[in-house]
Every structure is written in structure tokens, then in C-alpha cells.
Design a protein around this ligand. Structure first.
Ligand code: IVH
Length: 694
């Protein structure tokens, strides 16, 4: 739409529309992490606003999104010529190849007149992200670029500036921590720091989940997500993705740098960069191999993808003597782990129905081992994703596992087709209840609109009893399905009416199991109200949003009486969630469910936690509970923590402060250890409650 094709009145109206749309999408994106439109559509709105404002300068308002502080979106990336080429690395795909590399290094070192017995090697994780080069002049970040062809890269300075792991100004050396070594000063006037930008696995999973909910294409792996996030013309999109960077090198055309790679890593750390904690300095092939094996084993524990180990000759003078062969330095090699991709046949595409009625296609694969795990199913997200990848039933496909991410079908091997492959067609009817499906205009997702769809009901029940929700132990997916199939439980309120007589006849149920299940169901009445809100399965309301809702409205009555605007005004929530909560709670079937849950004694108000004035000893700290504690029930422990101002949350994330672990802890403990979360047992928790410090 060109500016001068409009009357002033029309332009004013269109400007108002565009601004409010952009603000809404900003909020969806930044506030809710659940964008409704893709980057290109957002960019188009923004461009239209800018163009129109260009044509009507006097209609620009101070609160227009174009007037926001910070960089305006770029039209294209500029180019940056690296001071020194960004090299690549030769691979060693086996221990034998690693040994051959080592033997050659020893020989060449000797030939160059150095003592091979003095060789040291720095070992660094090979992070699977995106290489960048950061130029600092006079200690300030002046430009940052992708690797490009190794000589010239794309100028992504604006985006790199949003990554908090990248210092905008170099911290000066000689910090106070005792382990820090003195470093050569002053800092060279001009230098380039090299490192790998990556997206932590937990952030990657969260990003894909929210894209999935919004019908956006998901990223195939964390590397693609990192690359896509960094190569954004709009800096604000990059800023909203929690990218990080490990630094692994520095070059300075003139000026002092430490004499070896190990000291260079220390130097980088001293000057404000993040350096992997796992780096090692070793001697000889045996030690190199031992470290490589160790990392390969521990790989799944890390919150980022590593695809190998980079082995570097430590001494820079030996490095120089060894030189490069083409683009690969002879002094370094990448030992590659066993691949986490494999080929297999796509046997079938099946569809299941989610809690909200969304039809989710998934791949049934000929079982194949990928990175040590046998995979026979993989997610396919949605129909568009299948089309985009051009997957056909019968194809040989590449399957990938990245860290502990669910397996993905990456691509078909189209060359191997013989014509017998068939296109996937999304069913026109719900596979569970045969109701014709609906596809909302502009949405990728296909839904079953039947409120009584049995598949939805079962998924709803599974969600209700799940760990993060009512946490009804002993009632897993299989039992839920059986109870449903037998007509004993149609919705969550029916659980509370179950009796021994109902359960005893179930095949495989012993007396003890029946008692345990009934006790677990009864015990769930005491779950905090926020769990109940989460367990209802309101679209867009996860555990955290449920807590926000409860903190504001306190009771189910108040929540149900709340208007959309009241809900949207809660910090951290917004119009999409508000609309979802409002309409969900007004559905007659939901109102009826809530009434029956209330009658069954499930908590309908937030009465368990008088937040202490002034915060309490544990104010602002978050806790996750796992396993059985020796003397306290989990609810007791939660009540004590909340009584002292702490927060108990269902799942471990980078923001969790403590994990309280008892006997037979679940996977939460492993994840917490991976993320370096403080670990407490019951005694430790009691001490913390008394002293407020650990
Ligand atoms: S050193 C010797 N160190 O691997 C100079 N590279 O194929 C080469 N990478 O483009 C780079 N972690 O993207 C080096 N600790 C590390 C690395 C690393 C990841 C990537 C980097 C580079 C590619 C080389």
C-alpha cells in the first residue's frame, strides 16, 4: 500500500491499526513467547508502518513502534572481512584417526626443531553452534560477524550485542579471584575473539514448543535455531532468544597474547568471555583418548550440543611451525563422536489427538539405533512441516537426536525413491471420534472440534494426573486409558469417586496397588490451587502462568468472574492467555467439571500459603522436589518452603535454585545436576529453613 494512495483520514486509520497490531505482536513475542505470525509477516507490518510514516511525517506519534530506542531492523547484512581467516578443522572419526593425527604432529614437531616430549594439548568441547568473530578496538566491541566463507562474513554486530555472554567492553585482566593468573597487559588495540554462538538445549525445546503451539515451523536442531536467531534483521528477535557463546580463540595482528592456547582461554575468561569449564590441558595420546571417551559418555548430561572434542597443540610457536594445510591447521583436529543421525525407513505416518484437540502427525520408523538409543517413532509436528520436508510414506529418511531432544525426521533421501512412496494426507475426520476436523484460517494446526472426543478426554486425564499437575502417583497413561475404556472415569472429577470395588476387578491390580492408587488420588486433594488451575488444561496455561493467575485471583470464583482485561493486566500474562482462560472457564462442560472437583474436595482457593511480609528467609528462591523424603511428605515440604517465602515449582530449569531430593528421585535430579542446581536432602532443607543460608 503506497502512502500517497491514501487520504489523510485513511492513513491515520491505517497507522493506528498497524501500531496496535505491531504492539500486540511484540507482546505475544516478547511477553508470552508465543508469536502468532512469522518473522516475515511481522517485518512486513513494520515495513508498511515505516513507509506510511515516511509519507506522512506529521502523523508519526512518539509512541509509535518505529520510535523505539535501539537499532531499527536492517534491510540486509553488511560484510566484514576477518583480520585473519577463520579456519576450519580436519576431522578424526575414530581413535585410530586421532592416533594418526597425533603421530604426524609428533613427527612434524621434531622436524621443526621442537622437542616432541614437551608437547601439550588443550582439549575443548566442540560445540555445535555457529562460529563468530568479534572485533574489539580499544577494548570495545566494534563489529561481529559470522564465519561466511572464512575470509568474509556477514555483519551481525547488532544481534551479537544482544547476547549477554559477549562483553561490549573488555573487562581488564588481573581480576581478584585467586585462581586467576596475571595476564599480559595492556590489551592489544585491535583484536578478534573467536567463539561459538549456541542455544542451550532447554531453550531450544522451549522455543520449539511455543512455535508448535502457534503453528510456526519448528527448528530441526539447536544449531539451526541458533543460526536462525542470529541471522535476524530485527535485533529484537535475536534479543528474545537466550543465545550464549563459548569463546575459544583470539587473534591480534600486533600486540602480546599469551604463548599457549591454555593461557589464551584463561586470558579470554579474564577479559569477560565465557569459556567452557570442561577444557583440559593434557600430555600424550593416552590422555587425549581418555578425555575424548569421557566427554562422549557425558555428552547427554550437558545443556548444549557437542559433536566432538577439539584437540589443539597448546604452544603457539609450535602451532606456527606446523602451519596449515589448505583451510585446516595441522596443529588441531576435531575428534567426532558417533553420529546422532541415522537412516531408516518411514513406515507409516499416524495421527494422534492432543488434549486441546490438535491432530499431531508422527512417524513410525523401522527401528534404528541413533546415538546409542533405539528409535522407532519421531515427531512430525504438523502437516505443513511434512510438506515442507517433502516426506512420503515409504521414504528412507534421516533421523536425528540432538542431546536429549526427542527424535526428529530431518529429511527424506529422495534419490532412493522407487515411486512406491505415498503422500501423507491429513485425515478429514478425527481419528478418534470421526468428527470432521477444522482448520482455522491462517493456522497450521488441524483440530477436532468435538468437545466430547474420547481421545481429547484421555489426553486431558493424562495431563490432570501428570507430575507437574495433580501428580497422582501410580496412575499412569496405561491405567488412565483402561479406566477410561471401562467407562469408570470419563473426566478428572470421576477419579475422586473411584472405589476399591471399581479397581479390584482390574486385571493385574493387587490389593496393595488398589490401596496405593486410592491413597494417591485422595492425597491429590491437597495439591496447591495453582496445580489445580494448571491441571485443568487451559490452552496456553502452563505451570508458571497458573501460578501468576493464582497469585492475582486467589480463588476459583474470582478467576471465573475475571474479565479479559483483568486477566490481561497481570504482569507476565497478556491478551491471548486472557482470552483463552476467559473462554475456557466459561464453557459449560468446564464449569460443570470445576463444580464436581470442588464437591470432591479438590482445592479451589489459594489458602495454603500466607506469603510472609518482607519476603521470608527463602524469598525469591525456587525449589523443585523429587523422590520420597525420609520424614516429610512432599506437600509438607512444599508448605514449609512456601511458608518461608520460597516457591515450589514442578520442573527444573536454569532458574531453579534448589532441588530437594529424597529416595528414588526422578529424572529431575539428573537434569538439576546437569544444570548445576544446588542439591539438598531433607536435613539440608531443614537447615536452610532455619538459617536461610546454605
Ligand atoms: S577452533 C583452529 N575450537 O568448529 C581453528 N572450533 O570445523 C578452528 N568449533 O568453524 C576453530 N568448538 O565453528 C575451534 N573449541 C572450538 C570449537 C570450534 C566449535 C567449530 C567452529 C569452527 C568449526 C571447525
Amino acid at each position: 500500500m503506497s502512502a500517497n494512495a491514501l487520504t489523510r483520514e485513511e492513513a491515520t486509520a491505517r497507522l493506528g491499526e498497524l501500531r496496535s497490531q505491531i504492539r500486540r505482536h511484540d507482546h505475544l513475542y516478547y511477553g508470552l513467547d508465543s508469536p502468532e505470525i512469522d518473522d516475515a509477516a511481522y517485518d512486513a507490518l513494520f515495513r508498511e508502518l515505516k513507509t506510511l510514516e515516511g509519507g506522512w511525517p506529521d502523523l508519526v506519534t512518539p509512541d509509535s513502534p518505529t520510535q523505539r530506542a535501539g537499532a531499527t531492523p536492517l534491510v540486509a547484512f553488511g560484510q566484514v572481512t576477518h583480520l585473519e581467516p577463520m579456519l576450519s578443522l580436519a576431522n578424526a572419526k575414530s581413535e585410530a584417526e586421532l592416533a594418526a593425527w597425533h603421530a604426524r604432529v609428533v613427527r612434524l614437531t621434531e622436524e621443526a626443531g621442537f622437542d616432541p616430549a614437551a608437547l601439550r594439548f588443550t582439549l575443548e568441547p566442540k560445540i555445535d553452534g555457529l562460529a563468530v568473530s568479534l572485533r574489539y578496538e580499544g577494548g570495545r566491541l566494534t563489529s561481529g560477524a559470522t564465519r561466511g566463507d572464512g575470509l568474509v562474513g556477514e555483519d551481525v554486530t547488532q544481534n551479537l550485542r544482544t547476547i549477554s555472554a559477549i562483553p561490549l567492553t573488555l573487562v581488564s585482566g588481573g581480576g581478584s579471584a585467586p585462581e586467576r593468573v596475571p595476564v599480559p597487559e595492556p590489551v592489544p588495540e585491535l583484536l578478534e575473539v573467536r567463539g561459538e554462538v549456541y542455544l542451550p538445549l532447554t531453550a531450544f525445546e522451549r522455543l520449539n514448543e511455543s512455535r508448535l503451539v502457534e503453528g510456526e515451523p519448528t527448528f530441526a536442531n539447536p544449531r539451526n535455531a541458533a543460526a536462525g536467531s542470529l541471522r535476524q534483521l530485527d535485533q529484537r528477535i535475536t534479543a528474545s532468544r537466550p543465545l550464549s557463546m563459548w569463546a575459544y580463540g583470539v587473534t591480534a595482528p600486533s600486540g602480546e597474547l599469551p604463548p599457549g592456547q591454555w593461557e589464551i582461554l584463561k586470558w579470554l575468561k579474564e577479559h569477560g568471555f565465557r569459556v567452557s569449564r570442561d577444557v583440559r590441558l593434557v600430555e600424550g595420546l593416552d590422555e587425549i583418548v581418555a578425555v575424548c571417551r569421557d566427554w562422549e559418555r557425558r555428552r547427554a548430561e550437558l545443556d548444549y550440543d557437542i559433536d566432538g572434542v577439539v584437540v589443539k597443540v597448546d604452544s603457539r610457536s609450535v602451532q606456527q611451525a606446523l602451519g596449515t594445510a589448505g583451510r585446516d591447521p595441522r596443529w588441531a583436529v576435531a575428534y567426532k563422536f558417533a553420529p546422532t543421525t541415522a537412516q531408516t525407513r518411514l513406515l507409516e505416518i499416524r495421527v494422534n489427538v492432543g488434549r486441546t484437540g490438535m491432530l499431531n502427525p508422527y512417524a513410525v520408523l523401522a527401528p534404528v539405533e541413533v546415538g546409542g538409543v533405539t528409535v522407532s517413532q519421531a515427531t512430525l509436528h504438523n502437516e505443513d512441516d511434512i510438506r515442507r520436508k517433502d516426506l512420503r510414506v515409504g521414504d528412507v529418511v534421516i533421523v536425528q537426536r540432538a542431546g536429549d531432544v526427542i527424535p526428529q525426521v530431518v529429511a527424506p533421501l529422495t534419490d532412493l525413491r522407487d515411486g512406491s512412496e505415498s503422500q501423507f494426507v491429513m485425515p478429514e475426520e478425527c481419528p478418534s471420534c470421526a468428527t470432521p476436523v477444522v482448520r482455522a484460517p491462517g493456522e497450521v494446526a488441524v483440530r477436532c472440534p468435538n468437545p466430547d472426543c474420547p481421545a481429547k478426554a484421555v489426553e486431558m486425564l493424562k495431563h490432570f494426573v501428570s507430575r507437574g499437575a495433580m501428580d497422582i502417583e501410580g496412575v499412569g497413561d496405561k491405567i488412565v486409558q483402561r479406566l477410561f475404556d471401562l467407562g469408570l472415569v470419563r473426566d478428572p472429577a470421576d477419579l475422586y469417586a473411584l472405589s476399591e470395588a471399581d479397581l479390584m476387578p482390574l486385571e493385574g491390580f493387587q490389593e496393595r496397588a488398589v490401596a496405593n492408587v486410592l491413597a494417591a488420588i485422595a492425597g491429590s486433594r491437597a495439591r496447591p490451587f495453582s496445580r489445580v488451575v494448571f491441571a485443568l488444561g487451559i490452552p496456553h496455561v502452563g505451570g508458571q502462568n497458573a501460578e501468576l493467575l493464582v497469585a492475582r485471583f486467589r480463588t476459583m470464583d474470582a478467576l471465573r468472574a475475571a474479565e479479559i482485561d483483568d486477566i490481561a493486566s497481570v504482569e507476565g500474562l497478556g491478551p491471548v492467555i486472557a482470552e483463552s482462560v476467559h473462554s475456557f472457564l466459561r464453557e459449560p462442560s468446564v464449569a460443570d467439571l470445576v463444580r464436581r472437583l470442588n464437591a470432591a474436595g479438590v482445592r479451589m482457593k489459594d489458602d495454603a500459603r500466607p506469603t510472609p511480609a518482607g519476603g521470608g528467609a527463602l524469598a525469591g528462591r525456587s525449589f523443585v522436589l523429587t523422590g520420597t523424603l525420609p520424614t516429610m511428605s512432599r506437600d509438607d515440604a512444599a508448605a514449609l518452603i512456601e511458608g518461608a517465602g520460597g516457591r515450589v515449582v514442578g520442573s527444573v530449569s536454569g532458574k531453579t535454585d534448589y532441588i530437594v531430593a529424597g529416595d528414588s528421585p526422578g529424572s529431575k535430579l539428573a537434569k538439576a545436576r546437569r544444570l548445576g542446581v544446588h542439591e539438598l536432602d531433607e536435613a539440608g532443607l531443614r537447615e536452610l529453613l532455619e538459617s536461610g543460608t546454605d
